[in-house]
Design a protein around this ligand. Structure first.
Ligand code: NAP
Length: 281
């Protein structure tokens, strides 16, 4: 029995992954905000006689402190962690800043994944073939990053925040692999394609109309999840890999450059330190 933690596991791709692993006999912890959705997933797990292997942690993952609490709860509950699956995401047409002072999309889509990836290393190292699956949007568009405007304090646009977030996650993977040379943990980045999910978010009118179209034409969740599961079952030998709709893409590309990844890693640490020293986290 493997131990799997899935953020954003109460809906969409994360939920489908959770149900698949429960069906397989694994132990699954899902993390999400909405308690009703969490309890519904637990009820579904009981219906398939997997109730004792399923659990739910309710958390607001856009807050660093909440991520730290989640890490401690996971450490209390599991002796080892085989897979950490990162799926939580929430679109915002209007810029919002968290109580800790971070732009919300940056905090949830990137910072949460940073804190959880590094915070769970020790537990992952106790598993036989540990993997971190970061489901975002790997690709070659390094210019999506506004280095002097990481939290989009100027010219905010939800699409820009999302696009940048995908690229930040690519660099998170690069830096993680560099910082953990010799580790058995594999870091795999996944772009599922356009998938007809709930598209968690708060949308202005024109974006909402666009999302309705995406939901109509997107692939099914089952079709999106199958290649992710297959790759997670047999990850490449390399510490870092990336896939777009099941196809492996090269990370030997300047968009996955080590210096950009190091730069982001250092900026992230100093942002965390700065807010910590301000007493905000
Ligand atoms: N769908 C697509 O077309 C598509 C395309 C490219 C990439 N992706 C990537 O695939 C991943 C999964 O996307 P999806 O479309 O399957 O997601 P989704 O159906 O929109 O579900 C989002 C999940 O994130 C959780 N979540 C949102 N805000 C949260 C917060 N502040 N704290 C904790 N949990 C929070 C939600 O939980 P609650 O409901 O409890 O809030 C829900 O479980 C994302 O990383 C996304 O970037 C998706």
């Amino acid at each position: 029995m493997r131990n799997i933690v899935i953020t954003g596991g109460t809906d969409g791709i994360g939920k489908a992954l959770a149900m698949t692993y429960l069906e397989r006999g694994d132990r699954v912890i899902v993390v999400g905000r909405n308690a009703e959705k969490g309890f519904a997933l637990l009820a579904a797990a009981r219906d398939m006689n997997a109730g004792e292997r399923a659990s739910f942690i309710q958390a607001e993952l856009s807050l660093v402190l909440e991520n730290k609490r989640v890490i401690e709860e996971i450490k209390d509950r599991l002796p080892a962690l085989d897979a950490l699956v990162l799926c939580a995401r929430h679109y915002r047409s209007s810029r919002m800043v968290t109580a800790e002072g971070f732009e919300d999309n940056f905090a949830l889509f990137y910072l949460s994944r940073f804190v959880l990836s590094y915070g769970l290393i020790e537990l992952l190292e106790k598993a036989d073939n540990p993997i971190i699956a970061n489901v975002a949007g790997p690709g070659y568009n390094l210019s999506a990053i506004q280095w002097d405007n990481l939290e989009l304090a100027r010219d905010y646009h939800g699409g820009a925040a999302l696009g940048q977030g995908g690229k930040l996650n690519d660099l998170l993977g690069v830096a993680f692999a560099e910082n953990n040379k010799g580790s058995r943990i594999k870091y795999a980045l996944f772009h599922p394609g356009i998938v007809s999910t709930s598209f968690s978010g708060e949308y202005d009118e024109s974006t909402a109309a666009h999302i309705t179209e995406l939901k109509k034409h997107g692939k099914s969740i089952a079709d999106a999840v199958a290649p992710i599961i297959a790759r997670m079952d047999a990850p490449p030998a390399e510490p870092l890999s990336a896939f777009v709709e099941g196809e492996r893409i090269s990370v030997e590309h300047e968009a996955f450059g080590k210096s950009a990844a190091r730069r982001l890693y250092e900026m992230t640490l100093s942002l965390l330190m700065e807010r910590i020293s301000n007493g905000q986290t």
